[in-house]
Design a protein around this ligand. Structure first.
Ligand code: GAL
Ligand code: ZN
Length: 672
């Protein structure tokens, strides 16, 4: 299926990035910027992200002239602006006159003016000031031909512990629980004499106070997510009213743990995110990082189940990394087309023109301090620019996935908060990646879904460490399997409900009958320790966890070979209705994961591909409109035995030779 373009009527892949003309305020510089943008095949710039002071230098005194000029210059070359609301950082006069807009830290101290992302989300003054400036921006530019989308604030994140936020937390809890009895039960407050007898006694959990009541900590995180949603709604209210047809987004941060992006994404018109992987190039195997980055793209597509924007990425050295390494030749094009292959309808950068001063002056950019475009980095950006123009047929194309992987923020919050299991690292993300990598390396197209998603239409659902099973999920997974689906489940699943209260009557709680097992205990392996299983006569090592199972209808496919549980099941399958439910009791090495999934995919009838190590395949679209992105993350050249037509050159290829860090996009990919 094909979605309409994100920017209405603009059916090219967006290429551009964050642009801060207000750091220059010089017409000669701006003219050069436009010229260089054109030479790079850039068709969009994100402007105004931190421009509040440039727009409102003194309270109620406005200065839009510079932005008028920039937008006019952009429109003159057919460019689209991602026009930002400036709330990510505030003018000094605002903090000085209304200190209540500043955040209060967990220690209860009011922050000083500095930095960015330093505002209280509850502050009525801040909300009013933001709405005012947003209204003026929308009224002024509502009919401007350059206006493509609204870029709301920047990378929402953090928390505020001020009295206003605490009060809103209490109100939110009252709405959620209605009665204190219900709250006390959900939070299990009889523990350590924590029972509340009045709503006013409740505070935000913090290191100065409550750190042990899991239900409370979970609710605080949910509340923080709600705060951002509410703030976003307040910010976008004037925009939605004045420019109803201009889509809004805020740039997300992949797996950032502080906000449930599945919840926030419901409020967005489209998702966008900022991607800064630290590629090494040659010295280390970048393949696991390539898989992780692919996963994050799939996740960012998953939060809206449609194409997204890659709102920021770095064309060269990311200056805040421990080692601000250069991208090796080809890596910029490779990482950009990886994003597009996984569902991005844009490749955007931080930053267009490099700052001259302050902390980002050495951050990679399109226009370097040298001031012209005759650089190594620009050569690759320009090459990518023309590739993106040639690939405009990709815009709006969906990813044809028959397999889904469940990744869930609330699950991560609860699991990581648990005291028990492995307290150094629960390994949720590692476990998710074990499964993802095994599928990604075989060219399987995957959707990433939350626990609340509709599972209809999928043949395989992979649910690693589903520690929290919220109301209804148990039944939905059961129905999915009964109807013929394949479920892949693992250790650490079915421990707690949505309030972080343990399931009574045996783990994995609501998954027990579906999986046909009872998990009596779980052993935790020490670092460096391993157990072992045999699969098709081959030995594989098992790490970190060893769940102790009883078969209740399931059959064992492999057993532990060491320790006091040698001979007990470690991999099981339960036939249920027309489907099957698998359970893996520990973390297995990659070789097993690959071999096992190869069998599982064959059984579930899901398409897989034979790819050399480090090479991945991302598909968008279907039939004549199918685009196959072959991406080589290894430093060595490789050959892929797939044939098709090069989408850019039209050349017919019987096999695809990829250089180290090379990419090819094919149409009419031949199967079999
Ligand atoms: C992002 C941020 C940008 C810029 C960039 C540098 O997180 O949104 O404004 O700071 O990092 O890599
Ligand atoms: Zn606050």
């Amino acid at each position: 299926m094909r979605f309409p373009p994100i920017v209405p009527g603009f059916s090219q892949l967006i290429h551009g990035g964050d642009y801060n003309p207000d750091q220059w305020m010089d017409m000669e510089v701006w003219k050069e910027d436009m010229r260089i943008a054109k030479a790079m095949g850039i068709n969009s710039l994100s402007v105004g992200i931190f421009s509040w002071t440039a727009l409102e230098p003194r309270e109620g005194e406005y200065s839009f002239g510079w932005l008028d000029t920039i937008l006019d210059m952009m429109a003159a070359q057919g460019m689209k602006a991602m026009l930002a609301t400036p709330s990510g950082a505030r003018p000094a006069w605002l903090s000085q006159k209304y200190p209540e807009v500043l955040r209060v830290s967990e220690d209860g101290l009011r922050n000083q003016h500095g930095g960015r992302h330093n505002h209280c989300l509850s502050s009525p003054v801040y909300r009013e000031k933001v709405q005012k400036i947003n209204t003026l921006l929308a009224e002024r530019y509502k009919d401007h031909p350059a206006l493509g989308a609204w870029h709301i604030s920047n990378e929402y994140g953090g928390e505020c512990f001020c009295p206003l936020c605490q009060e809103r937390f209490r109100q939110w809890l009252q709405r959620k629980y209605d009665s204190l009895d219900a709250l006390n039960h959900a939070w299990w407050t009889a523990f350590w004499s924590h029972t509340y007898t009045d709503w006013s006694q409740i505070e935000a959990p913090s290191r100065r106070g409550e750190t042990s009541v899991h239900g409370q900590k979970l609710d605080w995180k949910r509340f923080t997510t709600e705060q951002f949603i509410d703030f976003y709604r307040a910010e976008t209210e004037p925009l939605k009213r004045i420019t109803p047809n201009v889509p809004c987004t805020t740039n997300l941060m992949g797996t950032y743990p502080g906000i449930d992006y599945f919840a926030l994404a419901k409020a967005l018109d489209f998702a966008s995110w900022d991607n800064y992987p630290q590629w090494t190039g040659y010295t280390k195997d970048d393949v696991p990082l390539a898989a992780e980055t692919a996963f994050k793209h799939d996740l960012m597509r998953g939060v809206k189940q449609r194409p997204f924007f890659l709102m920021e990425s770095c064309p060269s050295a990311t200056n805040w990394r421990p080692y601000a390494r250069l991208h090796r030749p080809g890596v910029h094009i490779l990482q950009s087309l990886q994003a597009v292959g996984h569902g991005a309808d844009s490749v955007q950068y931080f930053q267009f023109r490099k700052s001259r001063g302050s902390s980002e002056k050495l951050h990679g950019a399109v226009v370097d301090h040298v001031g012209h475009e005759h650089t190594r980095v620009n050569e690759e950006i320009a090459r990518l620019g023309s590739m993106l123009q040639g690939l405009s047929g990709v815009v709006g194309q969906d990813t044809p996935a028959k397999a889904a992987l469940l990744y869930d923020w609330q699950n991560a919050w609860a699991l990581n908060d648990a005291q028990g299991l492995n307290n150094v690292d629960k390994k949720y993300f590692d476990t998710v990646m074990d499964h993802y990598r095994a599928l990604w390396s075989q060219g399987v197209q995957l959707d990433i879904l939350s626990e609340d998603a509709d599972l209809a239409g999928y043949d395989l659902v992979v649910a690693p460490m589903l520690y929290m099973v919220r109301e209804g999920l148990g039944q939905r997974l059961r129905a999915f399997v009964e109807a013929g689906g394949t479920l892949m489940s693992t250790f650490g699943s079915g421990y707690v409900d949505e309030n972080d209260l343990c399931y009574l009557g045996g783990f994995p709680g609501p998954l027990r009958a579906t999986l046909g097992i009872w998990c009596e205990e779980i052993d935790v392996l020490l670092p460096g320790e391993s157990n072992e299983i045999l699969y098709h006569g081959q030995r594989y090592r098992l790490f970190d966890y060893a769940e102790q199972l009883h078969l209740e209808g399931a059959v064992s496919l492999a057993e532990y070979r060491k320790d006091f549980y040698a001979g007990k099941p470690a991999l099981t399958v339960n036939a249920l209705g027309k489907g099957r439910a698998y359970f893996l009791a520990g973390r297995l090495e990659d070789g097993f994961m690959r071999a096992f999934y190869q069998d599982l995919l064959a059984e579930a009838g899901i398409e897989r591909f034979e790819l050399p190590y480090g090479c991945s395949l991302a598909l968008r679209g279907e039939g004549e409109e199918e685009y196959a992105f072959l991406l080589n993350f290894a430093a060595e050249a490789c050959k892929v035995n797939l044939s098709g037509v090069d989408a850019l050159s039209g050349e017919r290829l019987e096999a695809v030779e990829l250089e180290g860090h090379g990419v090819r996009v094919l149409k009419r990919l031949k199967r079999g």
